[in-house]
Design a protein around this ligand. Structure first.
Ligand code: 2U9
Length: 364
């Protein structure tokens, strides 16, 4: 008898499972506990006729009481499951799902990667460096005269003593020249800082990509051909480029490189101020004094260098009128560019009628 009472006790513990059961589990429990053929409680009830009368009375009473409890718990659970199902009737299951939040690289990061990838195919290694530099690496090794206006404290953020936030990525080239013997071919992306106003075309924090090649026998032809090859890969194979004389203390001769306007294809528009050209980068042959400052023999080695602003290039490519939108973190603006450049597809390829004009571009 005590076996049957113990079996009833352990069956009672199964009561706790009922309120948690879903529809399928509830049907399983019903069969396992109360099933007519092999339900656990049914088996106990079947054993009653073989017991002594007063045992039969005790076990039978306890078994029937448990049976009623189980039935009540199962009925209650069935009712509550039915209730939840009818609550769902107000939900329109045909509505489209909510769009998943999908992150992506910032447009400027995508442009930096795309530019560096093209230079990698041309043999340039991507190198980065510190954003805090000394005056020697940021200015003097680069042949800035001691009284050059760019050295003025107004133009730079000084951290103390002669340490400042770099105003260009050029110090990385100086460190490289001091560390590795030529041949050197590097492309150097990174954040730079200047005490500029924060307006539509300037930001005190901006991204730069500089590039640099030094070897025995590098000529002006290598310089022009490399940059023109890059421009045709980045813009389009038909893109025309032109070089205009310029001045930088670290290059001689120096030149600005323009590409045919990407908005009007050279016919003249507001974006290119009716010139048909867009200024893309500054460049030149590395000044011999810079090589000598780094103990590189300027009689034996020559090189070329260039610098460009990825924000400006992204603005030109997409017709973005104000640099400040890159720093606003407004996803309504940023999400327009998710994945476009990452997939290797240019906006020109995506838009059948050319790059996005300003009117179609969402700028807050
Ligand atoms: C070393 C030697 C030469 C890097 C160069 C430029 C021309 C240039 C900037 C203008 C505005 C880019 O868009 S910007 O921020 N730069 O025009 N940069 S040549 O020449 C170097 C660098 C390092 C050792």
């Amino acid at each position: 008898m005590s076996d049957l009472l113990a079996a009833l006790d352990s069956l009672r513990e199964r009561l706790d499972e009922i309120p948690q059961a879903d529809e399928r589990r509830l049907q399983e429990l019903k069969t396992e506990l109360l099933g007519r053929k092999a339900g656990a409680l049914t088996e106990i009830l079947k054993a009653l006729p073989g017991l002594e009368p007063d045992e039969r009375k005790r076990v039978g009473g306890a078994a029937n009481a448990l049976k009623r409890e189980l039935e009540r718990a199962i009925d209650a659970r069935e009712a509550s499951l039915k209730q939840s199902a009818t609550n769902l009737s107000g939900v329109d299951l045909t509505l489209p799902g909510r769009r998943q939040w999908g992150g992506g690289l910032h447009l400027v990061t995508q442009v930096v990667d795309e530019i560096c990838d093209i230079f990698r195919e041309l043999g340039f290694t991507r190198v980065t460096g510190s954003e805090a530099e000394t005056e020697r690496y940021n200015f003097y090794a680069l042949n800035f005269p001691k009284d050059h206006p760019a050295l003025d404290a107004q133009d730079s953020f000084y951290l103390g003593g002669d340490v400042l936030l770099r105003t260009h990525t050029s110090p990385v080239q100086i460190h490289t020249l001091e560390t590795y013997p030529p041949p050197i071919r590097i492309v150097v992306p990174g954040r730079c800082y200047r005490r500029d106003p924060f307006d539509a075309s300037h930001s005190p924090v901006f991204e730069q990509i500089e590039g640099f090649a030094v070897d025995d026998g590098i000529s002006f032809v290598d310089f022009k051909a490399t940059l023109a090859a890059w421009a045709r890969r980045f813009f389009s194979p038909q893109t025309k480029v032109r070089f205009r004389p310029s001045y930088f203390p670290f290059t001689e001769p120096s030149a600005e490189m323009d590409v045919q306007c990407q908005i009007c294809a050279g016919s003249g528009c507001a974006a290119c101020k009716q010139t048909g050209w867009m200024e893309i980068l500054g460049s030149g042959m590395v000044h011999p004094a810079v090589l000598e400052n780094c103990k590189v023999d300027s009689e034996k080695y020559t090189g070329f260098a260039w610098g460009m602003g990825p924000e400006r290039i992204a603005m030109l490519r997409h017709g973005i009128p104000d640099i400040r939108v890159f720093f606003d973190s407004d996803v309504r603006f940023l999400e327009q560019f998710i994945g476009k450049e990452e997939s290797g597809v240019r906006s020109q390829d995506l838009e059948s009628d050319g790059p996005a004009p300003e009117s179609r571009l969402l700028t807050p």
